[in-house]
Design a protein around this ligand. Sequence first.
Ligand SMILES: [Ca+2]
Length: 264
Amino acid sequence: MSGKEMKENRVKRREIISSLPYVNHVPAALQISRMMAGSSILSVLGDLKHFRGADGKDGKDGAPGPVGPPGPRGLPGTSAPTQGGSVYTRWGRTMCGNNSELLYRGFMSGTKYQNSGGGVNYQCLPLDPEFSKSFTGNWQGTAIAGVEYETKNYGVFDGAAHDQNVPCARCYTKERPAVVMVPAMRSCAEGWSMEYEGYLMSEYYRSTSPSTFECVDKSPEYIFGEESNTDGSGIYFVGIECSQGGQCPPYVGDTPLTCVVCSR
Ligand SMILES: [Ca+2]
């Protein structure tokens, strides 16, 4: 044992002895000096190392430590890819715009104009329907008819359009989830894509069966073989009523309102 180690040992003994008052009162008769007692306790403490509680279960948990400071801010993540699109109906055409995907094409249909009930929203019925149940009794349900262009005298569509039936296409915008139809406009706001432009149309104003306003393509197609007049359901141009809050000018009365369908 080196001199330094011996010195450390002595210091250690004194510390142990002074921390244990029991040792200070060892009877002199036992002839055990403080130094000897220190040596013995050191020896006992060394032995105690080999007699801990099983798996430390006899000990008690210490008090929790203080909460550490917050960690550094993480690196920014990559932006999520653009996902999702929307679906709109292109009335009067059988194809979608260049940037949209055709879901199906069909024909425009609506509640018969003489009816006073039924649905108001036009339906784009597919050309290859799938029926479930058959029925042979007296039909008491709602009837839906093909829609005809009622555009004879306006000079907007070509003269052959009148009484022709209206096709439709349902289009998926893929990565442009917002779609809006803007009446009385022919252009889209900056950053928006034009799906198509056309004219605002609806059922006849004196029909007992009101309909929604829809944007019908400015270059309409017709359904082959349906050129005759059947007067089931029709679409008419829509004009502004200047005398009743129609904001004329800039609006012009008795003029077909335009429309545009935009996506983003
Ligand atoms: Ca027809």
